[in-house]
Structure formats: structure tokens, C-alpha cells
Ligand binder design. Sequence first.
Ligand SMILES: [Zn+2]
Length: 474
Amino acid sequence: MKVKFCGAAREVTGSCHLLTLDSGLNILLDCGLYQGGDDDGRAGDDHPITGFNEKWLFDPAKIDCLILSHAHIDHTGRVPKLVKDGFSGKIYATNATRDLCALMLLDSAKIQENDAEYYNRKSRGAHDPEKHPLYTVENVQQVMQQFVSHNYEQWFHIHPDVRVLYRDAGHILGSASVTLEIKEGGKTTYFGFTGDIGRPNRPILADPMPMPELDYLICESTYGDREHENAPTEVGRFVDIIRHTCVEKKGKVIIPAFSVGRTQEIVYMLDKLEHSGQLPPIPVYVDSPLSVNATEVFVNHPECFDSELHRYMTEDENPFGFNKLFYIRSTEGSKQLNSNKQPCIIISSSGMMNAGRVRHHLLNNIEHKRNTILIVGYCAPNTPGGRLRDGATSLRLMGQNLQVLADIETMDSFSAHGDRVEMLHMIENQKKTLKKMWLTHGTLDRQEKWRDYLQENGFGAVGIPSLGDEEVLK
Ligand SMILES: [Zn+2]
């Protein structure tokens, strides 16, 4: 059999790998979009390989099946294009990943359509060709018909000779490592793909679990060069920021957050604070239609929860809802928040502040000393979030120049990616059996350090493939 690296090779986005068996069976692992600087699904045109999102390193019609590790757009965002370009096989995912994909791919299709429409209407020069969306809502409709979903820890056949196991990766709701058991030429080979690896002891999700013993492994490398400084949550500091802003300064706390995952973690943290009487009596608004829908998916997937959350639900049956928490879907409801002068907390997307409703909340609140902007996730340097994080005193947003007078606070402890110690912990059991592993989903400098660290810790052959590299497995 052979493996070909068709995305997330020496970079952190566009995850896609092709496994071809001797029989010719083509199994695709992930089918991600290259994302350039927006965490809510917007496609970037700034890929170093021009048109990565438009081109394939294989023929989509010849792919027999697709196995997804988790729902993040950089792992799933080109699935509708794959289907549009001729893929008609089954799409395997965990149950929660399937449900999140239903929301996130639709959202991504809307963004693709809007971007193309905006370009054709506003930016296109007289001689430029018309831009077509990468895919449309109709393509997503077809995609959803090809899904087959399974729970964790249940081996299932994708072919008479191939079985697959999903095991919890603790990264986002539904995230899984993928293990393939392949019977070929009288021998059995175990091939693994970590997907993205989460952190232990995070809110909501179970801890990442070690995979069965493998012969080959594709492993992520996002934080392969570092160790996180903080525990997965800093509840005390969070409460201090809320008290200082909302009670002492009578201001608003604006929390820009990714709609899926980060928003629910913050809501759950607030729910626990409210339940234990530590939250001041102020309203909390979740202002993003995708966040509202995603929270419903969370509620429906207790199989992904850790035991702490299960125990909490015996006291409080809705961990994502309390008296003063309001979910806002409509644009009108969102606009009403602008005229609301009362202290409150507003959670809104996108996390990097370069898209979505959160921009309006920044516009209305960033020029007042009484307010706080609380950054809880990674922001690319060229985004408004990245500039605020770097200490900008002025900001250009939606055509306006704004003075940054609000407090800017950062909490990094929410990271959904394990550091090198946490990743090593998940894969350490592979040392004895592994013939080779490949590092993907990381920048080259970090991957080299991650490889060195792995080899210091007893791992043998570790490769760092380039885009398009292919390797035959003996
Ligand atoms: Zn991810």
C-alpha cells in the first residue's frame, strides 16, 4: 500500500491524506480547506501554492471512501467540492462530527457564495473573469446524503478487508483518532491518523485516549515545539475580569469566540459560576446564529462529555443555559444590544474579529474605558484580534478608525491543541510497534523540533513530508 500527503504538509491547515491499498482501494483521510486567517470557515486566497482549494492531487471520482477525524473546516471544508467534482462514496465520521458538519459546511457554503457574489459585484475589474463559489448550499445537501456515522470504540467495516476504529481525541466535540486495520496479502497492518490532539482536563470533553498499537502513524504537530504554561482553565482570573468590568466599571465584557467549541466552553464555565453563586447578576448574551445551533448539537451528544460534566448534569440538567443567559439568532436582536447600556457579557464570533457580528460589538464598545475585550483564542497576526493582542492603540475596522480605550485581556488557557508533553502522552504506547510515523499539520520549524523531541523520547523513523510526497509501505 502507499500513502500520499495531499494537504497540511508543513503547514497547519488543509488536512488531507490518501491511502491506496495494493488492491487499488483509495481511502481519503480528511478533506480540509486551506484557511488563511479566519477561524469561522472563510477560505483564504493567500495559499503559497496558488489555488490549493481549487486543485486536487488525485481524481475525486476515483476515491472509494472518505474518513473524517473531526468537523473543523480545515479538516472538512473541501468535502462539498470533492462531491461536486465526482466523489460518490461514503463519508465516515463520528455521530457528533456528522451533526457539526451539517451546520459548519452549510455555513462555509454560504460564505463561499457570499464571497463570490461580493467579489463579482464590488471588486471585479472590467476584464477579470467572474468568480464562482468553491461550492454551494446544494453541494452540501448532497454531501449530507453520503454520511455514515458511528460512535467511538466500535470497529466497523468500510470494505471486506478494512475495519476502522474511532477513539476520542479530546480536541473538539466528536473529534477522533482514526485506526485502520487492513488485511492484505496474508498480513494485517494497523495504520493510524491522530487527527488533531486535544488536552487532558479540559471542560466538557473527555481526555485524549491512546490509540491501539500501530505499524504506521500520521501525527499532528501544531504545538510540537512547546509546553503550555497554563492549566486548561483559569476560572479565578475569568471571574476577576467580569467583576472588575461589569460591577466596578459598569461596563461590558466582549468575548470574541469561535462558534463551535470555544463558545460552549465559555458558556459552560459561566453556567458553573452562576450555579455556584460566583457570577454577578448580569445578563450574558451569545450572539451568533452558528453558536446557537452548535450548542444544540452539544446538548445532543453526551457521549463526548467527560465524567465531570456528566456529574454536573445530575445537579443542573442544562449545562449550557441559565436564567440570565440569552441566545440571539436574529439580526434585530443583535442590533438591540448596541443600544443596551447595562453591564453585560457578550460572546460573539468570529474569534479573530475579522468577520461576523463581533465586529459590530467592537465598533460600539472598544472606544470606552469601562469595557473589556477578552481574547480567548489564537488570532492570526494580520487580523484585528491579532493586532489587539499585540497591543495596538488604534484599530481599523469596517472602514472606521477606532481608538482602543477598552481594556484588552488575553486568556490563552483555552487551547484545544495539546502541547508536546500532552501529545507524547497520547502516542507514547506506539514506540514498540511503530515502523514509521509522519508529522503533518504544523509549520516546518515546529515539526523539526517535534521530531527531535520524539526521537529523544525513543521514537525511531519520523518523516516530515512535503505536499504531494508519496511513500510505499512495505
Ligand atoms: Zn481541529
